[in-house]
Write a protein that binds this ligand. Sequence first.
Ligand code: GDP
Length: 197
Amino acid sequence: VFRSKLEFFASAKVSTSFPHPQLPEIAFAGRSNVGKSSLLNALTRQWGVVWTSDKPGFTQTINFFKLAEKLSLVDLPGYGFAYAKEEVKDAWEELVKEYVSTRSSLRRVCLLIDTKWGMKPRDHELIELMERSRKPYQIVLTKTDTISSIDVARRAMQIQENLKLSKSLVEPVMMVSSKSGAGIRSLRTVLASIARF
Ligand code: GDP
């Protein structure tokens, strides 16, 4: 499915403009600068062609893409931008909460975490929201090329253990580097299994 043509099909600033849910959907979330656009580019190999996203913190929109008529990929606005104003934070929260809690076609949220920095309070908030809304999610550790492979493994284990104890809807942690390409194929395989046949 990741070989299919990628198409942008909708953009929403408010929940009333979410497109009609038709395809199984995978959403990508994470702090600004976590490597989300790079990952989407590595996964689809067409992202940059279809989309040149505006800079982090300013665009509070949810953008919808599809691969053939099989899978929808959703780019959630990045959060945790240091100089975002309170209003911007509130708007982000409302929009993402609405999306995660009401979206019936949402099959998985990939929560991107920078391997070097680990999880922050707002990442945990998002996890709580997904648990409350009963939406399956998965942690994707990004930029694994920036630290040693032992530290990457350690980080993955620490997160896996932490979440396993208290959370029910979490899928196994994946590790990727958009720069070296490590883990990209595995992630593609895992996500492709969500697509409509
Ligand atoms: P976004 O704000 O989450 O969309 O993040 P970007 O994809 O724009 O990446 C933010 C910064 O991290 C950019 O400077 C990228 O070049 C860098 N980056 C992204 N992915 C990787 C990676 O896998 N390895 C390394 N070393 N840097 C990365």
